[in-house]
Design a protein around this ligand. Structure first.
Ligand SMILES: Cc1cc2nc3c(=O)[nH]c(=O)nc-3n(C[C@H](O)[C@H](O)[C@H](O)COP(=O)(O)O)c2cc1C
Length: 359
């Protein structure tokens, strides 16, 4: 509601203030926008700790002209550092501050890095060489002064497990064939399905899956984007691990959408299915109210993805994974808010170009 002297404004809670290359920077990590300012900007933002108007600010900072205070306030609103009461940005900011209170400021990393620009593959060799720092870090670390112990050079035993392990690689080309629903069911069950339950006197019922999880809390969720699956309508589905069933979110997934989700990487268009991995952070925050636990959530997503790559390889499929994602586009289509639940990682599969079935 507009009042005399302007709108009610408050400082964004999702803010980091720091120096970089000698410049004082103000970053709203919810919007991902950063601007430079002066120390007086801090004082002004401090004044807007709760809802105030620019008229009140002009009265408070009376050693400055009214016009200069109001111009600065307008700039801060424009850059999203001051938020209007009841605006969508203010409501989002409020929600983020509330949901992530125990994981901030460490958790700001999650929001700052959303929708970061993907490194383009289309650069020429010369362009890459001009861009990369001249000195490359060593590929391997060695301790020259340390006493060495030679290890046995063993031939790996003949086993299906070793064969799968050695066969896993990233595929970016697929045959145009369809996956069977049986294959997709196997993948979902072996990677994200419930294998059993644990019972803790303190934490109650906990879940066991093929990948480990900090505190067995399993914050991970997975969504299937079915593009070419026999017997399954193209679309986005949520996988329910307890019931082992798909819950349809929307029909009509397209190859172009798959490309968009993977930050415009062209090869994603020819995948038969994508597996979009999110996390419901509150499950982990509940037991671990410390920002370090954000690492745990990321590490777990890595575990799930490696399990996915190995199971897909075992099933004779061609897997890939990507961290380059259009976060906000995915979250909108999955109907998740990006605060309580957010996309972290994506994997995909197609049928391999040449037959490479292990089983
Ligand atoms: C966390 C993570 C993120 C990755 N992101 C991408 C990506 O955005 N695009 C891509 O083409 N490959 C991506 N990859 C795949 C790597 O490029 C690939 O693993 C690497 O080239 C080694 O090949 P290999 O998997 O066959 O051993 C990613 C791998 C990991 C572990």
């Amino acid at each position: 509601m507009a009042r005399r002297g302007g709108y009610q404004l408050r400082r964004a809670r999702s803010m980091l203030v720091y120096w970089h290359d000698g410049a004082l920077r103000f970053c709203n990590f919810a919007s991902g926008r950063t601007v430079t300012g002066r120390p007086i900007t801090c004082e002004l933002l401090d004044f807007f700790d709760d809802w105030k108007t620019s008229e009140q600010a002009a009265a408070q900072f009376s050693s400055y002209t009214r016009q200069s205070v109001e111009t600065t306030v307008r700039q801060l609103v424009k850059h999203g550092l001051l938020l209007r009461k009841n605006s969508p940005d203010a409501n989002f900011d409020e929600k983020l501050a509330r949901q992530w209170s125990s994981w901030l400021p460490e958790g700001s990393f999650h929001f700052i890095t959303k929708d970061a620009r993907y490194v383009k593959r289309t650069r020429s060799v010369a362009e890459w060489k001009a861009l990369l720092p001249k000195k490359r870090p060593e590929l391997f670390k060695s301790l020259p002064k340390a006493k060495k112990v030679s290890l046995l050079k063993l031939k790996p035993p003949e086993s299906e497990f070793i064969e799968v392990l050695l066969k896993r690689k990233t595929h970016r080309k697929f045959s145009p064939g369809k996956l069977s629903l049986e294959t997709v069911s196997q993948l979902l069950s072996l990677v994200w399905g419930v294998r059993g339950y644990l019972h803790s006197p303190v934490f109650g019922r906990l879940i066991h899956k093929t990948s480990p999880s900090g505190g067995a809390l399993h914050p991970g969720e997975v969504y299937l984007m079915a593009l070419r699956v026999k017997g399954l309508r193209c679309g986005l589905y949520h996988y329910h691990p307890q019931h082992h069933e798909l819950e349809m979110i929307s029909a009509g997934a397209t190859a172009e959408k798959a490309k968009l989700y993977c930050a415009h990487q062209s090869y994603a268009r020819s995948a038969a299915a994508l597996f979009l991995m999110t996390a419901v952070f509150a499950r982990t925050m509940w037991k671990y109210p410390n920002g370090r636990a954000y690492r745990v959530v990321l590490l777990e997503t890595g575990h799930l993805c490696q399990t996915f790559c190995l199971v897909a390889t075992w099933l004779g499929l061609a897997p890939f994974c990507t961290a380059a994602l259009s976060d906000k586009a995915i979250e909108k289509d999955l109907k998740i808010d990006g605060v309580t639940e957010s996309i972290l990682y994506a994997a995909g599969v197609g049928l391999p170009r040449s037959a490479s079935r292990i089983r």
